[in-house]
Design a protein around this ligand. Structure first.
Ligand SMILES: Cc1cc2nc3c(=O)[nH]c(=O)nc-3n(C[C@H](O)[C@H](O)[C@H](O)COP(=O)(O)OP(=O)(O)OC[C@H]3O[C@@H](n4cnc5c(N)ncnc54)[C@H](O)[C@@H]3O)c2cc1C
Length: 371
């Protein structure tokens, strides 16, 4: 049987980052995935690429701020162009009744250490040229931004490989082998790997793998839609969100405008097959034009979906598995795990290498559902 100090199950943003940081800390690491990271259908591949801190739950803010600091050096660290842009994000509203609650959120995020401010009227339209005149105010965080998800995952995988990690595609883990309350191996139809540590980072699919060790992860799967317009000359630096309208908008370096915001479609996790809902695509396109009117008439050239694991409290499960030494969960990111993936990976690697579980991760253990 092959062996590894640590096996990471799943090569999305979380697993690939974890494998990289584990390899960097000198461990003998194996990263396995049922498919190839570019095969489509998973959350990390489909993701909108937003790298944001604002709008996070208070318990997640320290992790988000820590992660964004890592992003600042990630291209140099991974020796890759991730198309990372840190030009800010502004979440806007056209409803004056929502401005007080926006101001309140900004104030509480400031007390958590985030650089964020309320911007209104002329000042807002000077900051974000092209916004609809109906937009009244926005919360602006200058250190939020966006990056290319596929470039980022592939860069982590290749950097992990350069640091000595072994990578296996087409390796569908079926069982966690537990003996005397300790993980000793993972099993797949393609063979077994003995390990001292296993990090379960298989997105929605973590649920059935955890069940093999008798652990229930309270997840549902939600396939989310994305689309991108034809290329246009550069017109938007920031990421935009629109409160109450389910829209996120950014212009990527190639010139396309990427439109997301959590619009669900259809999907089957067993086969990774997904299906768009044309009605909701049309609706989100119309809302986007209301937000950024110069997009009227610009064709949508591609749309896609990814299957995301939503935990029942919409917060990730990250932590050692109770009753199974050596098994660590890093899963269930509920629509917001791309930005924090590198931070999670780095902190899990620190734990496996040094035995220190970061305070930043303490709110996310599975035990929270037992109280
Ligand atoms: C459309 C969309 C837009 C999003 N936009 C943003 C955003 O702008 N910003 C943000 O922060 N977050 C965003 N998210 C959320 C973010 O993408 C996810 O939270 C994050 O990518 C989850 O990563 P993951 O590595 O946990 O899981 P996944 O990306 O789902 O990866 C899991 C991996 O495990 C593999 N796997 C499955 N079963 C097995 C098995 N049995 N054995 C081995 N491997 C297996 C899968 O093939 C897959 O590669 C978005 C999500 C979606 C769907």
């Amino acid at each position: 049987m092959e062996t590894a100090d640590a096996i990471v199950i799943g090569a999305g943003i979380v697993g690939s980052a974890t494998a990289y940081y584990l390899a960097k800390s000198g461990l003998d690491v194996m990263l396995v995935d049922r498919r190839h990271p570019n095969a489509g259908g998973t959350a990390s591949q489909a993701c909108a690429g937003g790298v944001r801190q604002q709008g996070r739950a208070p318990e997640e803010m320290p992790l988000a701020i820590y992660s964004i600091a890592l992003w600042g050096n990630l291209e140099a660290e991974l020796e890759a162009d991730l198309h990372y842009r840190r030009h800010g994000m502004t979440v806007v509203t056209d409803d004056e009744n929502l401005i007080p609650s926006m101001a309140q959120r900004i104030e509480s995020e400031q007390t958590l250490g985030l650089n964020i401010e309320l911007i209104q009227g002329r000042q807002l339209h000077d900051l974000v040229a092209g916004l609809s005149p109906q937009i009244l105010a926005g919360s602006h965080c200058p250190t939020d931004g966006h990056a290319d998800p596929l470039r980022t995952i592939n860069a982590f995988v290749e950097a992990a490989r350069r640091r000595g990690a072994r990578i296996k595609w087409d390796f569908p883990v079926e069982d966690l082998v537990v003996e005397k309350d300790r993980i000793i191996a993972v099993k797949s139809a393609k063979g077994s790997v003995a390990c001292r540590h296993a990090v379960l980072a298989a997105g929605y699919w973590s649920q059935s793998i955890a069940a093999s060790a008798g652990i229930d992860l309270p997840f549902v799967h939600i396939p989310l839609q994305m689309m991108v317009t034809a290329r246009r000359p550069h017109a938007l630096d920031q990421v935009l969100g629109w409160v109450g309208h389910g829209i996120s908008l950014k212009q990527v370096p190639s010139g396309g405008f990427v439109i997301g915001g959590g619009w669900p479609g259809h999907g089957t996790p067993q086969t990774y097959q997904t299906q768009l809902m044309p009605g909701s695509m049309a609706k989100s396109a119309r809302i986007t034009v209301n937000l950024f009117p110069s997009l009227a008439g610009v064709p949508i050239v591609r749309a896609w979906l990814g299957i995301e694991a939503f935990c029942k409290d919409e917060m990730q499960v990250v932590g050692p598995a109770p009753g199974v030494d050596g098994l660590i969960f890093a899963t269930g990111f509920s629509g917001h795990g791309f930005a924090t993936g590198p931070g999670i990976g780095s902190l899990i690697a620190e734990f496996i290498a040094n035995g220190q579980w970061s305070d930043m991760l303490k709110p996310f253990g599975i035990e929270r559902f037992n109280t």
